[in-house]
Design a protein around this ligand. Structure first.
Ligand SMILES: *[C@@H]1O[C@H](CO)[C@@H](O)[C@H](O)[C@H]1NC(C)=O
Ligand SMILES: *[C@@H]1O[C@H](CO)[C@@H](O)[C@H](O)[C@H]1NC(C)=O
Ligand SMILES: *[C@@H]1O[C@H](CO)[C@@H](O)[C@H](O)[C@H]1NC(C)=O
Length: 824
């Protein structure tokens, strides 16, 4: 697959069409006598030439979308072997893999026995909201060496713990300990755990059956893969706890995304007496009459063990290259190593986020630890390609295969990489472990193509793709997403003094700089507006008649109201602010990377000055009618969704009804005048001068008498008086950024308030008051919702503060840790 991709050098001139054409037209030779037929040949020749050239040109142009910026591979994503193994499968309740293209994976499923299930077997595996678990997530996880997670079902709690130990050349050892305890006093509970190991198209695994205490049983899985070399996975020879039935089966699977299906295919049931009632017991066994699917990619070995609760079991992975291991990481060894790493984690947490000093109690601190741990435990490693499309393609084509190390917004609902979420994620991750964050940022920048574009949503590999409806898979190279990685990079630069910067950090900036430049330039050119120094999000559909307001998915704020009639005349104030911010960060990096070329930094600084010129900003985006910053475009407020009857195109069929948008006023070029997150951007990204009248206005309105944005739980996304407030966008599309409280933007708000409260200016006192109040509201509500529901949520209800949307959402909602510790 990789061979098909053409590598095109960076420096290739853009105007190849003309260049090549010129060469085909030879000047007439001296002895040449021009005749009519020559002219005909010439014209035909030229025509064919142009035809051929334009074909070549369009092939070349169309290849650009899937041509990497430059070869990178392992140069950028260097394996840090101590972080080779990890819980990099955030989409499953418990699973580990290595950072390899075709990793050996391990995972866990479970099933409560002796229940007579009427529908599908509730075999738990991938994180699903439909499982309705009372709570699950990492209570402690350091992003590298250990983790402790509780999974709370109605009647019992599973605790999954792991510890890793370095040794040898292939990523070392690890051990899992799974503990189960009942939450149900009366009835005994029998639970089956299904541990599995699976290959992904390379390597081999084999079970070792030996005579144990309870007869013949699976005691080991032995295997070998390209990166891991030889290894052994060990199971206990003696099972503690009551019962301790065990089963094992070796199977073939179509791929990692089909492992659960494979288990179900091998599942059999027998009748069993349980408290004098007939119940079913499910077990894995070879079922010769259910044959393997034709295209198998994985070998899977399942190890099923069934216990009465409570129980405890350990599974030990040992790398054969780790030769002088003194002991096996199990039993008391495991307990003491876990305790000592956990202790280090607690101390580091206290040092990095001194929450006690901020007046928080043990429960609030545990909440913050869980938020951070879920961000870290939610880091996934993916390998594969996106499907992308440019204007030169009629059908989607493959991006190149590549690694991506990324945190994910939600383990259940969005277990994959999202560009604009990631910048927010890395604000938190970088405060905890800067080198991990740098690795993640580099890995994202590895996605830059030769045009300077990064696909917004990264759906890599079968496991990731199996979670996404097909219409959302294809990424278009005209589409942007807020360049929030600059937020993270800026906060990394702020963390080190430019004079005392370490070699490693300098290297990091040097490495990412050329890619950032390309990315920045892509924004500055492809997302430019009609007027100089204005910007416009691409990707809005102008011809939809079902949307109340055509969505701007690319801005990250999906259905936040913009100009009602998308057009080239639009200019978006949030994008302009993002560009101002990015220009500043680029200038800062250029100073470090190219101190010898002052003009390099100056170029960005000049654009930054222009984009932060408060007068110019006012001219372009300040709506003095409404006293707010606003988008500008072809717009009317008077749009409505109505149910209409349409004639059926099929003759003789009854008419159909559809909900469509109608306009009760002709749109015209004007400010959009919606009051909400978008109008706050010059404040959020600190573009406004501290003595600006507009800042004054924004601060006054923030908690004005009408509380248009202010709530007890944070700032709502859209004024409750806006004509689109909490309106559906189509019949099938509930509101999303039309009132809900989102934590990423609230984070930017407290951060900006903190900024304006500490710089000299007439409004510092006012900013300080708002800062305190907003921070308190946010922390209080997120903590309260977490205590009540067990989760952090995608967004929060502006009327009652309730968590809503997908959960757990420990992407940017976990920024609450930074708000608590006041690190912005
Ligand atoms: C396998 O085949 C046997 C004999 O035909 C049948 O009784 C049994 O139900 C089949 N098992 C499954 C799981 O289909
Ligand atoms: C961004 O684009 C504008 C308009 O084309 C240009 O004048 C400016 O120099 C660009 N900035 C940078 C840093 O490339
Ligand atoms: C605004 O949109 C309307 C409806 O599509 C169109 O007729 C009109 O020409 C547009 N106005 C401008 C200035 O683009």
């Amino acid at each position: 697959m990789a061979g098909v991709r053409k590598r095109i050098p960076n420096s290739r001139p853009g105007g190849s069409h003309l260049l090549l054409t010129n060469r085909t037209v030879n000047p007439p030779k001296k002895r040449f006598k021009l005749e009519a037929r020559h002219l005909v040949f010439l014209v035909v020749g030229l025509g064919v030439g142009f035809g051929v050239m334009s074909v070549i040109n369009s092939i070349w142009m169309s290849s650009r979308v899937y041509t990497p910026f430059e070869r990178q591979e392992d140069d950028l994503v260097k394996y840090d072997m101590s972080k080779f193994w990890g819980t990099y499968r955030p989409q499953v309740y418990m699973g580990m893999k290595t950072k390899s293209p075709q990793s050996l994976v391990t995972g866990l499923m479970w099933l409560q026995q002796y229940e007579n299930y009427r529908t599908d077997l509730p075999l738990r595996h991938t994180c699903e909201q439909g499982d309705k678990l009372l709570r699950y997530g990492w209570l402690a996880h350091d992003g590298g060496r250990f983790g402790i997670q509780d999974i709370v079902e109605r009647d019992f709690v599973l605790r999954t713990e792991f510890v890793k130990r370095d040794g040898g050349d292939n990523g070392g050892d690890w051990t899992w300990r799974i503990t189960g305890r009942s939450q149900n006093d009366g009835n005994p509970i029998a639970l089956s755990l299904f541990f599995y190991a699976a290959t992904d198209g390379q390597g081999s695994i084999a079970s070792v059956i030996s005579e144990g205490k309870n007869g013949k049983q699976l005691t080991e899985i032995q295997g070998e893969t390209m990166e891991l070399g030889k290894f052994v996975i060990k199971f206990p020879s003696e099972l503690s706890g009551k019962q301790g039935l065990y089963h094992t089966v070796t199977a073939k699977s179509e791929g990692l995304h089909k492992i659960k299906d494979t288990a179900l295919r091998k599942m059999q049931a027998t009748k069993a007496k349980r408290k004098n009632q007939d119940k079913l017991f499910y077990f894995l066994g070879d079922t010769p009459n259910r044959s393997d699917p034709p295209n198998t990619k994985s070998d899977v070995i399942f190890y099923q063990v069934t216990f009465e609760l409570p129980f405890e079991i350990e599974i030990v992975f040992e790398s054969t290259s780790f030769q002088n291991r003194r002991d096996t990481l199990a039993g008391p060894k495991f307990t003491s190593l876990l305790a000592s790493i956990k202790d280090k984690f607690d101390k580091k947490f206290e040092k990095k986020f001194p929450l006690k000093d901020k007046g928080y109690g043990p429960e609030e601190i545990q909440f913050a630890k869980a938020a951070l741990s879920n961000m870290l435990g939610g880091i996934g490693h993916f390998y594969g390609h996106s499907l992308v499309q440019s204007e030169y393609q009629n059908n989607p084509v493959k991006y190149w295969d590549s690694h991506l190390l990324t945190a994910v917004p939600s383990r259940s609902f969005f277990p994959r990489g999202f560009l604009w979420d990631e910048g927010f994620h890395q604000l938190l991750v970088s405060k905890w472990d800067r080198s991990l964050s740098e690795e993640i940022i580099q890995s994202w920048l590895g996605m830059v193509n030769i045009e300077g574009w990064i696909p917004r949503e990264q759906i890599l590999g079968d496991e990731a793709r199996s979670k996404v409806p097909s219409e959302f898979v294809v990424q278009h190279n005209t589409n942007a997403n807020p360049p929030t990685l600059f937020l993270a990079i800026e906060s990394i630069i702020e963390a080190f003094n430019v004079d005392t910067i370490t070699k490693k950090d300098r290297e990091f900036l040097k490495k990412i700089y050329p890619r950032l430049k390309a990315w920045y330039n892509w924004f500055n050119t492809t997302q430019a507006g009609k007027q100089p120094f204005t910007y416009r999000w691409r990707g809005r559909t102008a011809d939809s008649d079902t949307e109340l307001n055509p969505k701007t998915l690319t801005s990250g704020l999906d259905d936040y109201p913009r100009a009602s009639h998308p057009s080239d005349d639009e200019r978006h104030v949030d994008l302009r602010c993002w560009m101002a911010f990015a220009s500043d960060t680029m200038a800062k990096i250029a100073v470090v990377v190219h101190p010898e070329i002052p003009a390099e930094a100056e170029k960005y600084a000049a654009t930054h000055r222009l984009l932060t010129d408060n007068e110019l900003l006012k001219e372009l985006h300040w709506s003095s009618d409404m006293g707010l910053f606003s988008d500008y475009g072809n717009h009317t407020d008077r749009v409505f969704l109505v149910r209409r009857t349409f004639q059926n195109p099929q003759p003789g069929q009854p008419p159909t009804t559809r909900t469509v948008r109608v306009e009760k006023q002709t749109p015209k070029l004007q400010f959009v005048n919606s009051y909400g997150y978008v109008s706050l951007f010059p404040f959020l990204l600190q573009i406004l001068e501290p003595d600006s009248d507009q800042l004054n206005q924004i601060l006054q309105d923030m908690r004005g008498d009408d509380n248009l944005l202010w709530t007890h739980y944070g700032l709502r996304s859209l004024s409750k008086r806006d004509s689109m407030y909490m309106k559906r966008n189509t019949e099938h599309d509930p509101p999303y950024w039309r009132g809900q409280i989102w934590i990423n933007i609230n984070f930017l708000a407290v951060r900006a308030l903190k900024h304006y409260s500490t710089v000299d200016g007439p409004f510092a006192g006012q900013a300080q008051e708002l800062y305190k109040a907003l921070r308190k509201n946010l922390v209080q509500n997120l903590f309260e919702q977490y205590s009540k529901t067990g989760y952090l949520w995608e967004n929060y209800n502006d009327i009652n503060g309730k968590g809503q949307g997908s959960h757990p959402f420990t992407g940017w909602s976990a920024l609450v840790v930074l708000i608590m510790s006041e690190q912005y």
